[in-house]
Design a protein around this ligand. Sequence first.
Ligand code: KG4
Ligand code: ZN
Length: 346
Amino acid sequence: MPIRILAIESSCDETAAAICVDGAILSNVVATQEVHRNFGGVVPELASRAHMQHVVPVVEQAILKASLSLQQIDAIAYTQSPGLIGSLLVGGQFAKSLSLALHKPLIAVHHMQAHVLANLIEYPSLSFPFLCLTVSGGHTQLVKCESPTDMTVIGETIDDAAGEAFDKTAKLLGLPYPGGPLIDQYAQKGNAARFVFPEPQIADLDFSFSGLKTSILYFLQNAGKSHAYHPEWIASTAEQQAFIQENLEDLCASIQERIVSILLRKLKKAVVTTGIKQIALAGGVAANSGLRRGIEDMAKRYGYHYTIPSLPYCTDNAAMIAITGYHKFLAQQFASLETPSSARAT
Ligand code: KG4
Ligand code: ZN
């Protein structure tokens, strides 16, 4: 009998649902919340309300696209942690209601584990163990993955995530939220060697990005001849704005170059430390063209094998929750209706 999983993702600002049958994704529907654009970041209260509006139509579409009925579903998987608690509760309570109404088991999924397993969607025969660099707006982790249900975090950021580093420096350049994709876009036409930003010296396999943001802030202030420090600084004088305008492509290319080099240096260190040469990339920042190219080059140079999910499986989506749900189903790892949602990783 095939195993059919309905998955719901609602950890941040995307309401998503997907259907997976025996590990193959039949539908993957995402409703992006545009409401946050004007606020420079995700507003938790607005995100919860938007999930309430989107969850029913998104689940209906996922079922319809997979040409299934709700009654044919064998289990319901949902994102249980980590994320915005109000957002998690909407998807979680909806999944529990379905589980109760349909008398089908419930599967609680860890969002970060799901980002890693997104690699199995297009590479189902990916061999274990592998190392995954998971880079998103909220997390930056190096994960040693022994099996779909056995993962260990061997390094992570001690302050900002890589996505935050992109978004916060983009904000300094006056770019709208989320600035990561825009930095990527401008960087393609820029000279990455033009400005050299410092690389933090952090021990072991951990990362740090907050110092980079501060050094870029000081650099821009000096370039614009202003020394007034403010944590929420944005280019305010005509000179500062003109400097950014004239150098935007080179600034973006140089910032991206530094963020990518920090990530790749630790990934290479993780390969050397563990001896595992199968590497994977995951999370929204995996969409970054400089990072994708960097991984390819590194793999070719040192003889590593690598996988990078295609873009819809890098950013937040429910297909990754579904594939994780499928493997948890095989391992008979079910959740009770009392399982609490958790903002923090548990
Ligand atoms: O995984 P994700 O979709 O959501 C979280 O769970 O956080 O990641 C979103 C992050 C944002 O910080 C966004 O700016 C970044 O991924 N991002 C990018 C690119 N596309 C998305 N950063 C750099 N270059 C990109 N092309
Ligand atoms: Zn994510």
